[in-house]
Design a protein around this ligand. Sequence first.
Ligand SMILES: Cc1cc2nc3c(=O)[nH]c(=O)nc-3n(C[C@H](O)[C@H](O)[C@H](O)COP(=O)(O)OP(=O)(O)OC[C@H]3O[C@@H](n4cnc5c(N)ncnc54)[C@H](O)[C@@H]3O)c2cc1C
Ligand code: SF4
Length: 497
Amino acid sequence: MADPRGFLNIEQQKATPRPVHQRIKDFNELYQPMPVESVRAQASRCMDCGVPFCHSGCPLGNLIPDWNELVHRNRWQEALVALHDTNNFPEFTGKTCPAPCEASCVLALSGAAVTIKDIEAAIVDRGWEMGWIVARPPARETGKSVAIVGSGPAGLAAAQQLRRAGHTVTVYERDDRAGGLLAYGIPDFKMAKVYVERRIDQLEAEGVRFILNAEIGRTIDPHELRGRHDAILLTIGATVSRDLEIPGKDLRGIELAMPFLTQQNRRNLGTMNGETPILATGKNVIVIGGGDTAADCLGTCHRQQARSVMQLDYNPRPPEGENPDTPWPLWPKVLRITPAHEEGGKRDWQIKTKTFVGDDRGHVKELHAVRVYQYFDEAGERQFEEVHGSELIFPCELVLLAIGFSGPENGLPQALGLALTEQGVIRCNHQYMTNQEGVFAAGDCRRGQSLVVWAIAEGREAARHIDHYLTGQPSTLRARDRSLVQIEPLPLAVPSL
Ligand SMILES: Cc1cc2nc3c(=O)[nH]c(=O)nc-3n(C[C@H](O)[C@H](O)[C@H](O)COP(=O)(O)OP(=O)(O)OC[C@H]3O[C@@H](n4cnc5c(N)ncnc54)[C@H](O)[C@@H]3O)c2cc1C
Ligand code: SF4
């Protein structure tokens, strides 16, 4: 145990974001690194509980009490080893994870949890600074070859694991840059792209081959791919955005969130490729949706200097602080105030969009909506009813739709003859294999749009099963094994996007 009285004597201290007036002028990262001594003090708050609920809160099963103790004792390099034991890319999670582990920390029962995510980020940042993170190519080659389609966190984690097991690994990515939503999706102010580039360099140094601008099913025949490799892993994400089919939807100025966010990533990287710019600058913007993607749109609108931003949600305003429906150690369904919300804009709940109205140039100028109230019918099903006389009109020149994602794109799964679930994601057995021999799937395309931490966890688990499939031997790759328990999304870790 780090310090038997640490949790009694030391107050929780979290990494602080840069001041609002400064950060909304750029797309640089929000958070400033914490001083080393503060991180050590925070790590000493860990009680090393007999039953560490944070382990099950974390989809990767990160060995949290172990590295907390090592950090407290100033043994950072060993902490880094313990962290990498279960997580290939702790900086991705240290920057972006909503930290379900902290919600299930025993200290959260009566007060403030250990700041697990900040400590994780500090360990890996120090690892890079000190030059402790290096390429680890395999000691022997198996002669087996794996194709990974898609280079998001699931594909990257699987690639590193499989390569380290000695297999030849080729990652095919349709974009001009590897990283999936980490590169083109998640705003730079949440995670700078340099972290992704550094890991791609590490993977290449370990022998992973990346083929960019290669869309399987369009530029490369999927059957040819099957002929070339001993196994295929699809990590193609769940990028089909849900749309809003209401009158006026086709007016100009009504956009899906993803092209808007991706364009800003491209603008920052200097890789815009001739598409029509979608910009909030000087506009009254409506963001429709209540999850993290909507919050990312909000933060991006502030930085593009929108005139005003209003975020509208169909659902009721969640309770603040605690929610009796989601008691500890479950992920609490409570009001989330992200740094983007602290930067400005307004939010409203229980709003149903009815119609978009355009000007004479065919451009959106108003959103007409109505208030709804939620009730539960006799069967316990949630229902909404419109409030009579509550019509609302929101003037707007840009509307961003951030109402979720339905699943992987059509095309490749069909070309390979893969079965889908009722939810429209790729159906797999408990070994992550699809209905086609030797074709596996992991990450969002298997579980639906989720989290970076889940994508890494699935990539690692799929790699372990693929290794077993290729060698016929029990795999020595380490991964949390859910195959005997449950691999469907767990209620502990489903913060909404
Ligand atoms: C705007 C936004 C913000 C988010 N913010 C967070 C956050 O803060 N924290 C968090 O934990 N999670 C966040 N998420 C969710 C997280 O990014 C995803 O859960 C995660 O990236 C899924 O990883 P993946 O590897 O399964 O797929 P993806 O990251 O989606 O990667 C899939 C890759 O496959 C490629 N691909 C698809 N089809 C083909 C093909 N036929 N051939 C070749 N390549 C192909 C795509 O180009 C893409 O690069 C966010 C998601 C969005 C949309
Ligand atoms: S990956 Fe996420 S859930 Fe796991 S320890 Fe890190 S912050 Fe917590």
